[in-house]
Design a protein around this ligand. Structure first.
Ligand code: C2E
Ligand code: MG
Ligand code: MG
Ligand code: MG
Length: 276
């Protein structure tokens, strides 16, 4: 009887922390959108040689009324379990385009896409409407998808991604190298860029093995006419390695933490290094 009681207590605790917590967050998230608690931060991507800001990635945040600022890891999965991800995704897309239109230079803005946003078939019309409503040039938009988009690929996924590319919007493979079959995705689908996952960059410059992998990914990308970004650059040593090994674009806390749209705009007036 005592054991059973313990199990009940444990179960109740689990209910409270996990299940109820998720339930509550998911209810709160639907009102968060209407009450302006969702906002975007932007992280710059820089040219490795000149340091110029070449694009900015929108990262969603939730200013929760009692819990402070929540990061996407704390609520995207919850949004994905119901249809909220479509509403949230559309909000992020519109907000990113509108804010990018305020920047002094027309650099591209990257938006992360959940595979779930491609399930209902409503995303392509939303994207079209967003381009029309905000007036952004499709060439200024980059959509970042992870390799999981192909894992869960419904028949329509690839054709939707193709339709998006035909509109002039670029598709980039995010967290490249962490999927089950990264090369297979590259063979089966044309992308405009790849972002080498931060877990590889973390091991640079110490690991010769990882160095070889990163160099090979970059060579492969360049042969396929696909651009490469190294994610998660945190140290000068990493930066130097990436420069010496001709990785053209870099992103990471060292090159700029996520900040406001106004902060990106300010970066666009920074002087750029001239290199021989
Ligand atoms: P991601 O697209 O790979 O974004 C990079 C994440 O790494 C961001 O975390 C960023 O703040 C963090 N980061 C950047 N540079 C560094 C660094 O030098 N060191 C370390 N340790 N971290 C760095 P964040 O903002 O928490 O986003 C996490 C993930 O959530 C993103 O990974 C992306 O997959 C997803 N996400 C973000 N915004 C959205 C969104 O609007 N929609 C969807 N569906 N997913 C989003
Ligand atoms: Mg991303
Ligand atoms: Mg990434
Ligand atoms: Mg990543």
């Amino acid at each position: 009887a005592k054991e059973r009681k313990n199990v009940c207590v444990m179960f109740n605790e689990w209910m409270e922390t996990e299940y109820l917590g998720r339930m509550r967050l998911s209810l709160e998230l639907s009102t968060a959108l209407d009450s302006h608690q969702i906002f975007l931060q932007y992280q710059p991507v820089r040219d490795t040689i000149t340091g110029a800001v070449v694009s900015a990635e929108a990262l969603v945040r939730w200013q929760h009324p009692t819990r402070g600022v929540l990061s996407p890891g704390q609520f995207i999965a919850i949004a994905e379990t119901n249809d909220l991800i479509e509403e949230l995704g559309a909000f992020v897309l519109y907000a990113a385009c509108l804010e990018a239109m305020t920047w002094r230079e027309p650099i591209p803005v990257a938006v992360n896409l959940s595979p779930r946003q491609l399930h209902s078939g409503r995303f392509v019309p939303v994207l079209r409407a967003c381009i029309r409503d905000t007036g952004i040039q499709p060439e200024r938009l980059i959509l970042e998808v992870t390799e999981t988009v192909f894992l869960a690929a419904s028949a329509g996924t690839v054709s939707q991604l193709d339709a998006i590319r035909r509109m002039g919007v670029r598709i980039v493979l995010d967290d490249f190298g962490t999927g089950y079959s990264s090369l297979t995705y590259l063979r089966g689908f044309d992308v405009d860029g790849i972002k080498i996952d931060a877990s590889f960059i973390r091991d640079l410059p110490q690991s010769r093995k990882v160095g070889a992998i990163v160099r090979t990914i970059a060579r492969l990308a360049s042969d396929m006419n696909v651009y490469v970004v190294a994610e998660g650059v945190e140290s000068n040593e990493q930066l130097e390695w990436l420069r010496d090994n001709d990785i053209p674009f870099i992103q990471g806390f060292m090159l700029g933490r996520p900040g406001s749209a106004a902060q990106i705009d300010a970066m666009l007036s920074e002087p750029v290094k001239r290199h021989a």
